[in-house]
Design a protein around this ligand. Structure first.
Ligand code: ATP
Ligand code: MG
Length: 428
């Protein structure tokens, strides 16, 4: 067999032309999370399938039809992680890190879901995941949301709307679930196939349907907010007051349910109003029951995950991407002795002027070709290491962006000479 090997559908390469936006997003995010006291944790891409089934829930879309599951050579059923929370909770339990302790954690990396690929929806996509473990809230819920709001501000991403809701306790949700089933069963003929399938297993998910024909029916459904227990109501109202106090605007969306089963009380989602079908850029909520459900000691927790591709797209559209980095100095090499010595000279420069970026000509080429590359590189200054110059113990320098003649600098004082020349050109 020969021919081109195709990429896996829904799995993207992030190319050098896009990487500036990614790195900017990552650097701003990391700095902000650190400032809020969050520590990075890295967990495996593969976990036992059982973990996700138990954490996310058998009746969710993710577990029901989106997981990449396979049997490994030892006969174990493993799954490529579709989200990070389950793995992080597993890590806290496996490493005996609970016992009443508090943890503020973040994790960044690719997730895998077998969905229908389209703009903003991929089969491998990146999330930055943020989790606060050990606090019942609502203060932590509010701080997490404030953190996310500050992140959009630092990234220069506007036009995001915050929606919040409370899912109450498992008990209040059970009561609500019964009322919901009753309502949708009464209108069963108006349900689409997807919703009919959800009715038995996970009726709350019907509220999440994106089918326009279902919206009228959904609008008439009973509201979970009306079934909240007193404590959850108080928790939700306190969250609202704290968000008011820090000036984070929100919309209460009583139909906001999340795609994973483990949430209780606070759930929230940041959605973009800019056009495009995939509007959720950050979603999360409280999961007080999950840790015990996975065999750890009962510990409340709250967290969220951001969709990095969707945020990078918004960042790029807003023009918030830094210009691609260009070298300060392009090194042109001419002659046999120069070719043999150039690398050592440039390596010494890299030691002595570690902040500067040097691009040493690669792949040979005559003088003219090398200068064409030097011009294209965007560097402010060219160094010319040539046999004639080396015989005299000097290296030639030539500004590339302004009309100006060549000068020479003794090899022994080259780093200082380059720095002075760049300073004179207003760069470096
Ligand atoms: P959606 O409603 O868009 O399917 P979700 O509710 O499944 O999102 P979560 O599981 O909460 O999303 O994941 C958190 C974030 O990850 C989402 O808000 C979104 O930005 C991003 N995300 C989820 N699935 C994908 C995907 N297939 N491709 C790209 N980003 C995704
Ligand atoms: Mg989804």
């Amino acid at each position: 067999m020969s021919g081109e090997i195709q990429p896996v559908r829904g799995m993207n390469d992030v190319l050098p032309a896009e990487i500036g936006a990614w790195q900017h997003f990552e650097a701003v995010t990391r700095a902000l999370l650190t400032a809020y006291g969050y520590e990075e944790i890295r967990v495996p891409l593969l976990e036992r399938t059982e973990l996700f089934k138990r954490a996310i829930g058998e009746h969710t879309d993710v577990v029901g039809k989106e997981m990449y599951t396979f049997t490994d050579r030892g006969g174990d059923s493993l799954t490529l992680r579709p989200e990070a929370t389950a793995g992080i909770v597993r890590a806290l339990i496996s490493n005996r890190m609970l016992r009443g302790a508090r943890h503020k954690l973040w994790c960044s990396g690719p997730m895998f879901r077998h969905e229908a690929p389209q703009a903003g929806r991929y089969r491998q996509f990146w999330q930055v995941d943020v989790e606060a473990v050990g606090c019942p809230g609502p203060d932590v819920d509010a701080e997490l949301i404030a953190l996310s709001a500050r992140l959009w501000q630092r990234l220069g991403i506007g036009g995001l709307t915050l929606e919040i809701n409370s899912l109450g306790t498992p008990e209040s949700r059970r009561a609500y679930r019964a009322r919901l089933i009753e309502y949708f069963e009464r209108h069963e003929s108006r349900l689409d196939a997807d919703s009919r399938r959800r009715l038995a297993g996970n009726p709350l998910r019907i509220l999440d349907s994106k089918n326009p024909d279902m919206q009228e029916l959904i609008a008439g459904a009973p509201l979970l907010t009306e079934h909240l227990d007193a404590e959850s109501r108080e928790h939700f109202e306190a969250l609202g007051r704290m968000l008011d106090a820090v000036g984070v605007l929100y919309k209460i969306n009583p139909r906001l349910v999340r795609g994973l089963d483990y949430y209780n009380r606070t759930v929230f989602e940041w959605v973009t109003t800019s056009t495009g079908a995939q509007n959720a850029v950050c979603s999360g909520g409280r999961y007080d029951g999950l840790i015990a459900q996975l065999g750890g000691e009962a510990t409340p927790a709250v967290g969220f995950a951001m969709g990095v591709e969707r945020l990078v797209a918004l960042l790029t559209a807003a023009g918030g991407t830094p210009a691609a980095a260009v070298p300060d100095v392009y090194v042109v090499v001419s002659g046999e002795r120069a070719a043999a010595e150039a690398l050592a000279i440039v390596e010494r420069l890299r030691s002595e002027a570690p902040r500067l970026r040097f691009e040493l000509n690669a792949g040979g080429g005559n003088f003219k070709a090398q200068f064409r590359r030097a011009d294209k590189s965007g560097a402010a200054l060219a160094l010319i290491i040539g046999d004639d110059e080396l015989a005299r113990g000097v290296v030639a320098m030539k500004p590339l962006r302004v009309e100006s003649g060549q000068s020479e600098c003794p090899i022994g004082a080259l780093a200082a000479g380059v720095e002075a020349a760049l300073a004179g050109l207003g760069s470096g």
